[in-house]
Design a protein around this ligand. Sequence first.
Ligand code: ADP
Ligand code: MG
Length: 400
Amino acid sequence: MKLSILSCAPKCYSTRRLVEAAKERGHSVKVANTTRLTLDLAHGEPDLYYKDSPIIRPDAILPRIGTSLTRYGTSVVRQFEQMDIYTPNTSAGIGNSRDKLRSLQILSRHDIGIPLTAYVDDKRDVESALKRVGGAPVIIKLLEGTQGVGVILADKAEIAKAIIETLHSTNQQVLLQKFVSESKGKDVRAFVIGDRVVGAIRRTAQGQEFRSNVHRGGKAEVIKLEPAYAEAAVRAAQIMGLRVCGVDMLESASGPQVMEVNSSPGLEGIEGATGLDIAGAVIDYIADQVKFPDIDIRQRLTVSRGYGVADINIPKGSKFIGKTIKETELRDQDVVVLTLRRGSSVISNPKGSRVLEADDSLLCYGRSENMKSLIPDNQPKKRGKLKPLPTTPVTEGTTL
Ligand SMILES: Nc1ncnc2c1ncn2[C@@H]1O[C@H](COP(=O)(O)OP(=O)(O)O)[C@@H](O)[C@H]1O
Ligand SMILES: [Mg+2]
């Protein structure tokens, strides 16, 4: 495969290891400085230039976008997506995970533990929000901090209020977060590739420090993840649309609490502590996936006029209960069932002989008019407890 690693740091450990692992496996690999890729937009012809020349299409890219380059970097990744070039991490996934508020908002509707968090604009609302997240001591976080910079532990409510007011006065938005005291100075980093955790470490802060980031002196040790932690990590990665990422979790009294999902996880700490060839696993995964560019299924499927995708829930009392999918005659109405969601499991391409039950949810593609009539006006919104769709690619990729 021809792989381009997008990175502004060709000499850093992670990039070097990824290049080495790709070469060892006989792939052709280049490191492209993200800032030197320029986007050309023309009718039906999205293209990219590297320095002065049009790029030679790689089979895949591996974005390693630094926090200082989120906007430009995600635009570059989006351009590769428009050109149907495979990326394990989508531009939307990178953008969403970069912002701590946005990522927690997205995770919060799913059955995944997260620390109790509040986001407040008006200083008159700070006091009650503080109480709702458990009062002082409380964590205050910048939305886009990294390496522990921008995470503060305020001992007293008065101090917390003063810090928030000060940050607001400089136009910095912050999160208030429950201080998970039982996890003080420790967190777990699970390295996720595809739908599995390939390695995990526990980081422990040194001395009085409560932040366990390696950049703050935290020490890393290899751990075997309990299934609940592995499950939370993989699901968080799936929900965020990231296939290569580091999921940071606190070990709370009630189990894993996901703090953030990192779309450019460093390899040094995890390879050093586990002794595993994580870079090799990343490359092998990408090589396996190049045939399946991540696509926005809704966007793709709604380009044919009059057709679309819809979630059709089967409420109690529905005429569909007890019928097989074939007997519902959906197919005759030009509606195809793509997946059937039942409780926490997802059945892809369900067979016509599958019998429907109350509370099933069918993800359908078909004639919008016909689907509309199947959705009652007051269709209840299903919340939480939903398992994300499996990472299995939905359609085969375009020829590269
Ligand atoms: N709610 C919390 N309770 C306890 N410790 C926390 C909490 N949030 C963060 N920490 C500590 O601070 C560190 C940095 O926080 P994090 O949200 O991961 O920011 P960064 O992006 O800067 O790494 C974490 O690794 C953890 O050790
Ligand atoms: Mg972190």
